[in-house]
Design a protein around this ligand. Structure first.
Ligand code: SAH
Length: 214
């Protein structure tokens, strides 16, 4: 088992070399990345790899996203402390934990019931009180909890789900990787202005696919 010191060193290295040096400059985002113990979200056997800047495998052929990607999406979302965020793809709950330090409430949806269950238990155990989870296909959004200031999608979609626009506040942002699975996807930020979406290309990333019911 790695000593707490080596984990602390690895976390500092993540902050300085993998995040700050690569353009994550927003102090609130860096602080959120510092406060979340990523070692609690990765499989026990990979604990000492927790602060490597790479996605790691978890159950059901899913992944915990790379720290840089989580920080990049959080920075792109430009969250303010009073805002509400919807995350599609809870996975381990790591991304939701980071977002919970940046927003007033995080609603997160996962399509694997067992992943949702273990993420919910983990987030409760670690004391993340402003996160609620739901089982289901997140491409429909979460009408009862809407509107959201930010929607973050942590799986690759072929197109923007139509349900999101109506669940987004005016000035709200959607951060979503769009493209075919396997070949890398373009991270897009949509911003709602006067009821319409403005689109910005934020670069290439690689995600597991968003799997929709229909
Ligand atoms: N945010 C996660 C990483 C998630 S990987 C973390 O920090 O650990 C993407 C997740 O999206 C996977 O867990 C996958 O099961 C889930 N997913 C895929 N399609 C989905 C859908 N339509 N609705 C909700 N979750 C979905």
């Amino acid at each position: 088992m790695p000593s707490e010191n080596s984990l602390a060193d690895a976390k500092q290295q993540m902050l300085d070399q993998h995040l700050r040096a690569r353009g994550i400059t927003e102090e609130r985002v860096l602080d959120a990345m510092r406060r979340v113990p990523r070692e609690e979200f990765v499989p026990a056997a990979l604990r000492e790899r927790a602060y490597d800047d790479r996605a790691l495998p978890v159950e059901f052929e899913q992944t915990i996203s790379q720290p840089y990607t989580v920080a990049f999406m959080a920075q792109a979302a430009g969250l303010q402390t009073h805002e509400r965020v919807l995350e599609i793809g809870t996975g381990t709950g790591y991304g939701a934990a980071v977002l919970s330090h940046l927003a007033s409430k995080v609603c997160t949806i996962e399509r694997w019931p067992d992943l949702r269950k273990s993420a919910t238990e983990r987030l409760e155990r670690l004391g993340f009180r402003n996160v609620v989870t739901k089982f289901g296909d997140g491409s429909h959004g979460w009408m009862e909890q809407s509107p959201f200031d930010v929607i973050v999608v942590t799986a690759a979609a072929e197109r923007l789900p139509a349900a999101f626009l109506d669940q987004l506040t005016e000035g709200g942002r959607i951060i979503i990787p769009i493209g075919k699975p396997g070949v890398g996807q373009t991270m897009i930020r949509f911003t709602r202005r006067i009821g319409k979406l403005r689109e910005e290309n934020l670069g290439m990333f690689s995600f597991v696919p968003l799997v929709c019911d229909s």
